[in-house]
Design a protein around this ligand. Structure first.
Ligand code: OOG
Ligand code: NI
Length: 453
């Protein structure tokens, strides 16, 4: 194949995310119901809020809204993780961010595979939150060895997937026909299996150690455990979930509802208990798969994030155990010191923005372009909040926990170990803040250059 007949990585990711969604809808009918509900609320929100609709359109976010989702998987070994890195690279998805969840009582560390450049994000921002089990955190040596031995036996990739990944690397991409075969072959890795690879006793021993360990170790592959559409009004979707037959988790994770949404708010419906056939032909059940929704806001700078983390930590005592409405109320009070005005977020350097010329800006002659706020005031430039494309470890732990049963949550003694994660991944993870900072810097430089004449 030559460079002209390969399809773009963006195109492959788009096909893959649609195929994944179709597979999950077929596997988990409640997910289809959730998509319908989110779509309905998004339409109503856009109809009610013309300014929001206009803004999303102007900022290239309206088109991606309908296809936008993230998923999550969990793997057991360095070999699996590094092969996944190569698989996702075929689709233009790269590891961004390092998340340590051991501190929150979940024995994994994680990254998100996602597109990084503007055009790729605008086309389809599909991301996968990918966790690696930290076997070293299992206390019992016998169980640790048993788990490692079981994992060593499995190959989560089909032969065709492996071949096509290698081919894509050699060729610098895949042709249209190869891309379709790749999507089908890659999808196999994430499929649900009703048959466990172990007997019920082994499952129960691993499950007793931690439910997540059983989930990773006892099956043929890392089944996709949820897919998450993006909503424009998470409070409304949460409110309507019970009537649509879904059992939402008690509270929405992340920041409170605000005029200027920041970071990420998430909620989920509880995992389903599903029948499993164990080796030796014994029946049992396993609980792993759930549905989730998210609402995304502006990415925060290091200063903004530090303020968020501080306020969230301070709110913990006052919000513990509260039901949704009271929880939101208490959270809003705890976040009173977080500016809820775009201009102030910008002036105080708390959030990232992308600067663009207006029509007046394009028509303008040379001006003093040193102060972006002055340019905005004169109508020459607009600032667009840059959407947060990543995840939040405290929220992720809350999502994990609500789907692993409400017990647990005790911190593991092991420390975050980014270096070990990167060694297992076979690559460094990109620092998410540097991506947003670079987008802001480049946009401001372009605006200044155009206006300086
Ligand atoms: C991942 C949980 C984290 C999110 O959106 O923060 C997550 C998992 O349960 O595997 O998906
Ligand atoms: Ni999620």
């Amino acid at each position: 194949a030559t460079a002209t007949d390969v399809v773009s990585a963006d195109e492959i990711r788009d096909r893959f995310s649609r195929a994944m969604s179709a597979m999950y809808q077929a596997e988990v009918p409640q997910y289809e119901t959730l998509l319908t509900l989110v779509d309905e609320v998004n339409r109503e929100t856009l109809a009610r809020d013309a300014a929001l609709a206009e803004r999303l359109e102007a900022f290239d976010e309206l088109n991606r809204l309908g296809v936008e989702r993230h998923g999550a998987i969990r793997v057991g070994s360095a070999e699996e993780l590094s092969m996944l890195r190569r698989l996702f690279a075929v689709m233009g998805m790269y590891p961004v961010g390092y998340y340590d969840l051991a501190e929150a009582g979940v024995p994994v560390h994680s990254t998100a595979f996602r597109p990084v450049d503007d055009a790729a994000l605008a086309r389809n921002p599909f991301r996968l939150f990918t966790s690696l089990l930290r076997l070293e955190l299992i206390e019992s040596e016998a169980l640790r060895e048993r788990a490692a031995a079981i994992l060593a036996e499995r190959d989560i990739f089909t032969r065709e997937a492996r071949e096509l990944i290698a081919l894509a690397e050699d060729q610098g991409g895949l042709t249209d026909e190869q891309a379709d075969r790749f999507v089908t072959a890659a999808l196999e890795t994430f499929r649900w299996h009703r048959d466990a690879t172990v007997d019920l006793d082994t499952y129960e021993a691993l499950n007793a150690e931690h439910r997540l360990i059983a989930d990773v170790v006892c099956f043929r592959g890392p089944h996709i455990n949820h897919l998450t559409p993006r909503t424009l009004d998470i409070d409304e979707v949460q409110r309507r979930m019970p009537a649509a037959g879904m059992n939402p988790k008690a509270v929405i994770e992340g920041p409170p509802r605000r005029d200027c949404p920041i970071l990420l708010r998430q909620t989920s419906f509880k995992a389903l208990e599903e029948p499993i056939r164990f080796a030796g032909d014994r029946q049992g059940t396993h609980t792993a798969r759930f549905g989730e929704i998210e609402q995304r806001g502006v990415a925060l700078t290091a200063e903004g994030r530090a303020l968020y983390d501080r306020l969230l930590a301070a709110s913990k005592e006052g919000t513990a155990g509260l039901a949704h409405e009271a929880h939101q109320q208490a959270l809003a009070e705890a976040f009173a010191d977080f500016p809820d005005d775009e201009a102030e977020l910008r002036r105080r350097g708390l959030a990232f923005f992308e600067y663009r010329l207006t029509d007046a800006g394009r028509a303008s002659g040379p001006v003093d372009a040193s102060d972006p706020e002055a340019l905005i005031a004169r109508g020459l430039v607009v600032a667009r909040p840059i959407t947060y494309e990543d995840f939040l470890p405290v929220s992720a732990a809350g999502i994990f926990q609500s789907n692993l049963g409400d017990g647990g949550g005790e911190a593991y003694a092991g420390h975050a170990n980014r270096a070990a994660f990167e060694a297992d991944l076979g690559a460094a993870v990109t620092d998410e803040l540097s991506l947003y900072a670079e987008r802001e810097r480049a946009s401001l430089a372009a605006v200044r250059e155009a206006l300086a004449g």
